[in-house]
Write a protein that binds this ligand. Structure first.
Ligand code: FES
Length: 373
């Protein structure tokens, strides 16, 4: 029996804006992000930070879109540091300058995670939808190092760049990365829309893991490498978000409070921080209580002896692939919908004929919304 009673939120993710100069086709933002353009102002964000901190939140992630677009970023960081948060900026590096890194440092920012798309400039720029992205990212990586931040580099891996793993890791070593996160794309938002063009084959993943093992051996603790396997290749689901509304709290740019970054797509009413306190949202709102405990579970999760380890997997993935968020995550081999994941993997294995990627931008978002109507 899983307890209905969660602890307080420990990890607050502030998605400061959906605006972004890049157009990555695996972005986890909702497909209709262009409809939600009323961003919280500085005071509203600070109230959110304060209320979550009073409840016990200690880690603050600042992401987007591209958080550097927010001109009040330094104010938000300085105030959050003053409240006692550990602050982590999740950025593409575009829009960063040496002066901006200096002012972020002065504001007290603890940690910067920089994302790259590929090790090859042309490939990187095509995926980012920006001809100068690679050069800027390299310069900013050096700058981050110069300001004495641990160098944390994130590559989202997928079918179109995973074969470059050797040069990706070589690049990370050359820029002096302390930590490398090789995160295979997770299929939500834009990534789900582009799934057939992004899902790698099993062989690609195995080769990438072998190369990663070689680099781990060579660099040891000097460059720590995390390789996150796409869950489509697993037979058991991930314990998504460590359980629904158990430690993670995400706030969207327009103030919607979510238990995870993808929940906006679920047919559940989530509260806005404009109307409710964080305390009320976390403990009282039907949205946050929806999948706590196990009374919501259907078979096979309900009687499964692994439910305390994986909580039935990911609610968003269950909804996106089966149409019902209370179903078992179809990644699980026990799920009656497991075939939906298997057939996507089989399609990827059998086809070199890759569909064109749809880049994440306002024009494409509008076109997709129009198609839906
Ligand atoms: Fe929403 Fe997994 S991403 S529960």
């Amino acid at each position: 029996m899983l307890s209905d009673r969660a602890g307080p939120p420990l990890w607050l993710l502030a998605e400061l804006t959906y605006r972004c100069p890049l157009q990555c086709p695996y972005c986890s933002n909702p497909l209709d992000f262009h409809r939600h353009n009323q961003e919280l102002d500085t005071e509203e964000w600070l109230r959110v930070f304060k209320e979550a901190r009073e409840m016990g939140a200690a880690q603050l992630g600042l992401s987007g879109g591209e958080p550097l677009i927010r001109q009040d970023l330094e104010t938000l960081i300085a105030e959050a540091r003053g409240m006692g948060y550990y602050t982590n900026l999740i950025s593409s590096g575009i829009g960063m300058t040496r002066e901006r890194v200096a002012s972020l440092k002065k504001a007290g920012l603890d940690h910067i995670q920089l994302s790259f798309q590929d090790s090859d400039p042309a490939g990187n720029n095509a995926l980012a939808g920006s001809h100068k992205a690679f050069k800027t990212k390299l310069e900013m990586a050096q700058c981050v190092k110069e300001f004495d931040y641990p160098m944390v580099i994130n590559f989202v891996l997928h079918r179109q760049n995973i074969d470059h793993i050797e040069s990706i890791l070589q690049l990370c070593a050359e820029v002096g990365a302390d930590y490398v996160e090789l995160a295979n794309a997770q299929y939500y938002g834009w990534a789900l829309h582009n799934r057939d063009a992004l899902l790698p084959t099993k062989e690609q993943i195995e080769k990438a893991e072998a190369v990663t093992a070689r680099f781990r051996k060579r660099y040891g603790k000097a460059m720590q490498i995390y390789f996150v396997v796409p869950d489509y290749f697993e037979s058991r689901p991930k314990p998504c978000m460590n359980g629904w509304a158990s430690i993670f709290l995400t706030i969207t740019p327009d103030g919607l409070a979510l238990p995870c970054h993808s929940a906006r797509d679920l047919p559940i009413d989530f509260p806005s921080v404009k109307d409710h306190s964080i305390d009320d949202i976390w403990w009282q709102s039907p949205g946050f209580n929806h999948f706590r405990g196990d009374s919501w579970m259907k078979s096979p999760c309900r009687e499964c002896d692994e439910k305390e380890q994986d909580f039935g997997g990911c609610r968003c993935q269950a909804y996106l692939l089966t149409g019902d968020a209370a179903n078992a995550d179809p990644v699980c081999a026990k799920s009656p919908h497991h075939h939906s994941v298997k057939s996507a993997v089989e399609r990827a294995a059998g086809s070199d004929d890759v569909q064109a990627l749809v880049l994440r931008n306002v024009g494409n978002a509008r076109a997709l919304s129009a198609e839906e109507q």
